[in-house]
Write a protein that binds this ligand. Sequence first.
Ligand code: NAX
Ligand code: K
Length: 478
Amino acid sequence: MELFNILKEKIKEKEVITPKEMAIIDDNAEFLGIPKILLMENAGKAVYEEIKNIEAEEYIIFCGTGNNGGDGFVVARHLGKGEVILIGKEGEIKTYEARENFKILKNLAEFGNIKIREIRRAEEVEDIFERLKDKKAVIVDAMIGTGVKGELREPFKTIVDKINELKKINKDILVVSVDVETGHLKSDLTITFHKRKTINRENVIVKDIGIPKEAEYIVGWGDLKALRKRDSNSHKGQNGKVLIIGGSRDFFGAPILAGLSALKIADLVGILSVDKVIDKLNHPEFIMYKVEGDYLSSQHVDYALNIAKKYDVVVLGNGLGANNRTKAFVNEFLSKYDKKVVIDADAIKVIDYNSFEFSENYIFTPHKKEFEYMNVDLENIEEIKSTIVLKGKYDIIFNADNLKINKTGNAGMTVGGTGDVLAGLIGALFAVNEAFISACCGAFINGYAGDLLLKEKGYCYTSLDLIEKIPNVLKIFE
Ligand SMILES: NC(=O)C1=CN([C@@H]2O[C@H](COP(=O)(O)OP(=O)(O)OC[C@H]3O[C@@H](n4cnc5c(N)ncnc54)[C@H](O)[C@@H]3O)[C@@H](O)[C@H]2O)[C@@H](O)CC1
Ligand SMILES: [K+]
């Protein structure tokens, strides 16, 4: 944890985050045990606190069918008055926590202070826009929050247009957005939760809703949820093509483990190695690329570059051997190859770090000793555009702008080959995702597979067992 705390100092915390990053934090707060309905309560209360003293004749709360709408239901409950316009049908409300809050509102509506209307089209609220022309009113925008995707669809588009028009003709209309302004709505005030979002506009108040800092640092199911989904009608190769470059006269198992692991997620895996490795393989599931010699060396670089061009990601280093020949190969290959590379094991050991550029296309997966060899200058952490997975009891995953800690895994993971499994796993994720989330999820999945095996078999599981467990972990969190 010592290094983690040092890195926490060095890697400056983001003041503004993307909706996607916020969704990961929300989900990881739940992963830490904080129920979303509690966060929703705090969110709705936070908005209520900001508007409760505003004198108005009417309160109209426009709610979507997502959790942003859920917040709106909570606001209405705390206000104890006003009209809730659900844009959609109750049956379309997407989540448990929003549905529960809608049910509460329906119970309260019987007492008459809170009215509820479910609409499909903007015309159904024509009467409200007529009535508000000369009224002092607060309009709460709980239509869409961080779950926004693409251009604003109907009826939201027309409703936003109508609210903007109403504001133009009546200065006594106050529009308050929950968390994020919906589309082109001209909100007077936005109350956003936990952190300012990149898509927020001016006049934003940030309110704490009880999400602990730790939720920003822990790798949890929120990270897995944010991975690119395997698209069902994809054709061969669309879910990632991974090339393993490794192996040598001394080690031929490592590239196989990395390849088998990658194959659990990617749909094309090649292995490029020396003849002594390739001739031993009888794995029809791999595409093989063979070069003559005991070790990969500089005369193989052009061939490797040629092959690597056809792949999304290269996983470099497993079983490569660490000597002058592989040193020449690795440094020359990396200086000429400008796509994504997972750099593991022996490749980490043979890189010349003096004039080395830590490109954002690289993910390093060192253990403690290899990390020391890398001699990363923590004083200039902003130079480290590459993502580093420092494996240990807790894996620390970081780059110039991000820092997370992964707590899955156990002492059984020290068995040989688990590093190769991790490298292959990260390579497969990296083929179709960004570096940092691939590194976080790879570490999480690998460790969680180990935790499942520990429960089943105690500590004597092997790397092949680990590989077989990967689909189970993905299934649990899909
Ligand atoms: N996730 C959490 O833990 C918490 C979320 N909170 C609230 O939940 C929000 C995120 O909720 P969700 O992820 O459910 O999503 P949202 O409620 O932000 O939006 C999703 C809804 O909007 C619709 N939608 C998305 N893009 C659209 C478009 N372009 N045109 C028309 N409709 C569109 C979707 O069909 C869906 O019904 C946050 O902004 C915040 O307000 C808070 O309750 C705090 C806790
Ligand atoms: K909103």
